[in-house]
Design a protein around this ligand. Structure first.
Ligand code: KG4
Ligand code: ZN
Length: 358
């Protein structure tokens, strides 16, 4: 029998928590394949991710995407040390497809099954060998992590990737990416809204309209210091657009987009840097699809430099949802000697971040 080096386990990771079917293959911290099939186009006409459509798209995409990842990595199923999957948090039906597939694959091949936390996976992505988009060297801990996507907006304190992750705060209504998508819709821009708002904002004045910064008033900070809220901002944009239309004036799309984007970026960074300062952790990691926002990255670089905080941003291909981050986290769990998950573990749409492995 071949001896397995569990410090560098060969893991296939399956990610289906939202609209990306992501299959990644890693050997320890070495990235071998990161293949994504997205159902984004199928959601476009609805202006947001439709859970049933996402689940069905995962079912159709899984087998070809797994085959493609194995081909890219140049490995066979029999070579794997483990099969890993996101078991939560995320869309229940979408998660179920991935979890079912991972269990079937694990049982059929006789490999151990690891069910892991999607949010912690975003941090695990940064351990993979790559040139970070921003930052240098290896990920240092403890770090504050700000994860912003269409499905989540979470601020974490990561002391140890496999044993000690704390949720400091999260959105109490819309996720940041969702806010971009909804505001784009208000402005008559297509889905997904993030890139569209980025484009429209380039010609606008970010100081034209002072939109509200949710949960930053002193009384809100007492209860929600690290939590986010974007629904008031969305409503403020809607009122602004309605007022222009009622007055028979053209909607100032570029200024609204730039001012809205500035408000989101400001709140995200103000809260993340408050956490760095309060907790004495001079490191910030960004992850999630909203990191594709140019203004967010630019402001993060500036404000972290001013605050003496070391900023890290993995390459965008590892920031957006993907299977490699799930495989990477599982590889770390294996290296730390964690036993596999039970095959009785199911999808958990609200899996808490403290449950790094289900
Ligand atoms: O992580 P991600 O790919 O996965 C999901 O949440 O499904 O994030 C997608 C989200 C969408 O809401 C999209 O509008 C947002 O990220 N996004 C952006 C940008 N590019 C994508 N938000 C702001 N600015 C962007 N340039
Ligand atoms: Zn995500």
């Amino acid at each position: 029998m071949r001896t397995r080096n569990l410090q560098r386990a060969l893991v296939l990771g399956i990610e289906t928590s939202c609209d990306e079917t992501g299959i990644g293959i890693v050997r320890g911290t070495e990235l071998l394949a990161n293949v994504i099939a997205s159902s984004m186009d199928e959601h476009a006409r609805y202006g947001g991710v439709v859970p049933e459509i996402a689940a069905r798209a995962h079912l159709e995409a899984l087998t070809p995407t797994i085959e493609e990842a194995l081909r890219v990595a140049g490995v066979r199923l029999a070579d794997l040390d483990a099969v890993a999957v996101t078991s939560g948090p995320g869309l229940a039906g979408a998660l179920m497809v991935g979890v079912g597939a991972a269990k079937a694959l694990a049982v059929a091949t006789g490999k151990p099954f690891y069910a892991v936390n999607h949010l912690v996976g975003h941090v695990g992505a940064d351990l993979l060998n790559h040139e970070p988009l921003v930052g240098e060297g290896e990920l240092e801990l403890p770090t504050i992590a700000l994860l912003v996507s269409g499905g989540h907006t979470s601020l974490l304190l990561v002391r140890d990737l496999v044993s000690d992750v704390e949720l400091l705060g999260e959105t109490i209504d819309d996720a940041a990416g969702e806010a971009f998508d909804k505001v784009a819709r208000l402005l008559g821009l297509p889905y997904p809204g993030g890139p569209e708002i980025d484009r429209a904002a380039a010609a606008g004045d970010p100081t034209a309209i002072r939109f509200p910064r949710g949960l930053t008033a002193p009384k809100d900070l007492e209860r929600h210091r690290y939590d986010f809220s974007f629904s008031g901002l969305k409503t403020a944009v809607a009122r602004h657009v309605e007022a222009a239309v009622a007055a028979g004036e053209p909607v100032p799309v570029a200024d609204v987009a730039a001012s809205f984007r500035e408000a989101v970026v400001d709140v995200l960074l103000t809260k993340a840097l408050a956490a760095c300062r309060d907790l004495g952790v001079p490191r910030l990691l960004l992850g999630g699809g909203v990191v594709a926002n140019r203004r967010l990255r630019e402001a993060a670089v500036e404000r972290c430099a001013d605050a003496g905080v070391a900023l890290r941003i993995p390459p965008l291909s590892l920031c957006t949802d993907n299977g490699a981050m799930i495989a990477s986290l599982a590889a770390q769990l294996i290296a730390a000697g964690h036993p596999p998950s039970s095959l009785g573990v199911g999808a958990d749409s609200t899996l808490p971040v403290t449950e790094i492995q289900a």
